[in-house]
Design a protein around this ligand. Structure first.
Ligand SMILES: O=C(O)CCC(=O)C(=O)O
Ligand SMILES: [Fe+2]
Length: 276
């Protein structure tokens, strides 16, 4: 029996009792709506081939290769593999792979003119301990902004790049580095729900357009401090066979990055944009 259960107070919804390989259009419509309402959709207990995962991902939009070429699946560029190749040839831990997504709260693809609508992960191997993914609601962040800040940022754009102010671009090939910043409204109206959220990523934002450097830095600091609201959080503890998709237009996430490195934590990952 299909069960849909809210997982956190404002974000996160868990669906069990479905087989994604045979889910019909009506079944998909109901879980898609649950995803729009709760921004992070967890479907448990799946047993998918890589092709089935790709096909299910395509029900959400167009699946595109991620700019990190070295972590793409060799035969299927639309699939990124997380957690493999974690050790360098000399046996040391490759931090860029081990800590991918763990450097801080972020939203995927803010460096692109059209950021990824969604990111989806399918869990293939999960460590005994640690390795959770944390999520937070951008709607809750918007609601927490003081009126003064909402007014100051109304219609204002932020400039975003892959490496942001720290310029960390380790997972990019040299030819893909240092692209022109992408500009996005900091207060974003969601194209499907019509709701307003704080579109923000402290690791990717360079500046607030039109603000002097000191004010821009102060605004970035203020937004960083308020973006994570406790009632807007959901922490996902993974099991093999979980499929989790999040909405990058209205949520933030980060990997806990705290699991024993000698254990496997492996996911297939798809990056999804809205259909043109
Ligand atoms: O591995 C995770 O838990 C999330 C990594 C991440 O940030 C991503 O895949 O976009
Ligand atoms: Fe991410």
């Amino acid at each position: 029996m299909v069960q849909i259960r809210q997982a956190g107070p404002r974000i996160g919804v868990e669906v069990s009792g479905v087989d994604l390989r045979t889910l019909d259009a009506a079944g998909f419509a109901s879980i898609y709506q649950a995803w729009l309402d709760y921004n992070v959709l967890v479907v448990t207990g799946q047993d998918l081939t890589i092709q089935e995962f790709l096909e299910y991902s395509r029900r959400f939009g167009t699946v595109l290769p991620h700019p990190s070429k070295s972590t793409r699946h060799p035969d299927l560029p639309e699939i990124t593999v997380l957690g493999t190749g974690k050790f360098n040839a000399d046996g040391t831990l490759n931090q860029a792979i081990y800590r991918r997504g763990a450097e801080g709260w972020h939203t995927d693809g803010a460096y692109d003119d059209v950021p990824f609508k969604a990111t989806q992960l399918y869990a293939l191997a999960i460590p005994d301990t640690g390795g959770d993914t944390l999520f937070a609601s951008g709607y809750a962040a918007y609601d927490a902004m003081p009126q003064r800040l909402k007014q100051r940022l109304d219609g204002v754009l932020g400039a975003f790049t892959y490496g942001g102010r720290s310029q960390s671009q380790a997972l990019l090939n040299p030819e893909d580095r240092d692209r022109t910043p992408a500009m996005h409204p900091v207060i974003r109206t969601h194209s499907e729900t019509g709701r307003q959220s704080l579109y923000f990523d402290p690791g990717k934002i360079l500046s607030i357009q039109g603000a002097e450097e000191a004010e821009s830095d102060a605004l970035i600091e203020e937004l960083t401090a308020l973006m994570i609201q406790p009632e807007g959080e959901y922490r996902h503890k993974w099991h093999v066979g979980d499929v989790v998709i999040w909405d990058n237009r209205c949520s933030y996430h980060k990997a806990a990055g705290d699991y024993p490195p000698e254990q496997d934590r492996i996911h297939w990952r798809t990056s999804i944009k809205a259909r043109a």
